[in-house]
Design a protein around this ligand. Structure first.
Ligand code: 5AD
Ligand code: SF4
Length: 462
């Protein structure tokens, strides 16, 4: 197997190419990001590399000299959105022949999608895969000079590809919220999921690099830091994930340290204790259950049972009273019967999640579930989705009502004319009257609550 770490020289070589690309120019890049937080984090790296290459940032594709479309493949809907957006750039390319357009992210890793993109969107200049991100300077240079359309992709099979490139510049979207990738890829191969095929094998950054990035963020005034990975509990650096979380949460100062995503089979008591004991570690736990039925869980290759899930979910709730619990659910996995679905409804009621993210099952080419017989009709998926949503709304209403009259600590995300909005350690959205500045903490007394938003008034307002 090849070494996953890109050498310092190779990264520096790319950054040198970047520095020479637009000397003294006033070029602009527009980056469109679809999908998950990992893609958002990748886009901040792309933006950082572009900054080094002399590109300012713009939200408006019409003002851009370079457009990068960072795609998602998790569900068909996400793919269609990215394709339709890409289609809108045909006119811009006709008006400006020097405009460069690149497509990257998870769709770029799928051969059929890649080929279709190159064929149907002839104005796309280049396509690059998720592990070729660090090569962006070379990719831009080639596109500028050769005027030849190119594809940059690993030639290794999906269970072998994937790299780690340290030392890339980052241009972050926020001055108080930051994402820090701790690992990449996934080896779990849940039967419905495309991630292991498009993000490659599971690989972890070294803890010293992660911790120095977190330290720099805390020192730089960041107050909400999210450790990111497809499956953070199987982090395999030189220390365990709970230890990493503990160290990252024990730096001087007040901040929320969050993490995403946990796999139930790997969530340990040690992790629960760190959440309980380290004040800066946010009191929030996202634990995707996907289904509440053992046969479906097994068909999904989730490798835990309903009973084991319940045991862990109820344990963390009792260890950390008031913790915000959230989950992901797939509606209409192939072969799922009504009775099996009702066990999912039941698990929702038993755990009492603060919020659930519910998805209609979307067949992903190349995954085992897409080939299963007994695919569930769309209308039936929607019916199950709606039933789950209404059960969940009642639960969330009931849980949030308990906040009324209480005071919560809120990190302010927006503040205008006395109307502020922010999030608690548990990631609850709070809209409040007050004068808090963006990126600072406020104590807010909750006066009313709905299923998704708490409302209140800042205390000790001067
Ligand atoms: N169809 C629907 N939802 C999916 N997810 C992953 N793959 C699919 C799919 N093929 C959901 C899972 C996962 C979340 C990020 O997306 O619930 O936890
Ligand atoms: Fe996909 Fe399963 Fe990996 Fe999550 S754990 S990214 S659902 S394969």
């Amino acid at each position: 197997m090849s070494d996953i770490f890109i050498s310092r020289e190779a990264v520096e070589n790319q950054l040198n190419i970047a520095s020479g690309l637009n000397k003294g120019g006033d070029k602009k890049v527009c980056i469109l990001t679809f999908g998950c937080q990992q893609n958002e984090a990748d886009s901040e790296l792309l933006s950082g590399i572009c900054e080094r290459a002399g590109y300012g940032e713009t939200d408006n594709p019409k003002d851009a000299d370079l457009i990068l479309i960072n795609t998602c493949a998790i569900r068909e809907h996400a793919e269609l959105k990215a394709l339709s957006r890409t289609g809108q750039f045909k006119k811009l390319k006709e008006q400006n022949k020097d405009l460069l357009i690149g497509v990257c992210g998870c769709m770029a890793e799928q051969k059929e999608r890649r080929d279709a993109l190159m064929k149907s969107y002839p104005y796309v200049d280049f396509v690059f895969g998720t592990d070729r991100l660090y090569m962006l300077p070379e990719i831009i240079r080639n596109a500028k000079s050769a005027k030849k359309r190119s594809i940059y992709i690993s030639d290794l099979p999906h269970n072998e590809f994937g790299v780690i490139a340290e030392g890339l510049p980052i241009r972050r979207n926020s001055n108080h919220k930051a994402k820090v990738s701790i690992m990449y890829g996934c080896d779990n191969f849940c039967t419905y999921c495309v991630v292991p095929y498009v993000r490659g094998r599971e690989r972890s950054r070294e803890s010293c690099n992660i911790l120095s990035e977190v330290k720099a963020l805390v020192d730089g005034g960041y107050k909400d830091i999210m450790l990111l990975g497809q499956n953070v509990n199987s982090y395999k650096g030189d220390i365990s994930f709970p230890e990493l979380l503990k160290r990252a949460g024990s730096m001087d100062g007040e901040y929320f340290l969050r993490f995403m995503t946990s796999h139930p089979k790997d969530a340990s008591d040690e992790l629960f204790e760190v959440i309980r004991d380290v004040p800066n570690v946010a009191k929030q736990f996202h634990l995707p259950v996907q289904s509440g039925n053992n046969r479906v869980l097994s068909a999904m290759n989730r490798r835990y049972t309903r009973e084991k899930y319940l045991e862990k979910a109820l344990k963390i709730k009792s260890l950390v009273p008031g913790i915000t619990m959230t989950t992901d659910i797939i509606c209409g996995f192939p072969t799922e019967t009504e009775e099996e679905f009702l066990e999912t409804v039941d698990i929702i009621k038993q755990v009492e999640f603060d919020m659930i993210f519910t998805f209609l099952y979307s067949p992903r080419p190349g995954t085992p579930a897409a080939k299963m017989e007994d695919q569930i009709p769309h209308e039936e998926k929607v019916r199950r989705f709606e039933l789950l949503s209404s059960v969940q709304n009642d639960i969330a209403d009931k849980l949030n009502e308990k906040y009324i009259g209480k005071t919560v600590r809120v990190l302010c995300d927006s503040s205008e004319h006395g109307e502020c909005s922010g999030r608690t350690s548990g990631n609850k959205i709070v809209n409040f009257e007050g004068k808090a500045m963006v990126g600072t903490f406020a104590d807010v007394e909750i006066t009313s609550a709905g299923a998704y938003i708490l409302k209140g008034k800042e205390k000790d307002e001067k």
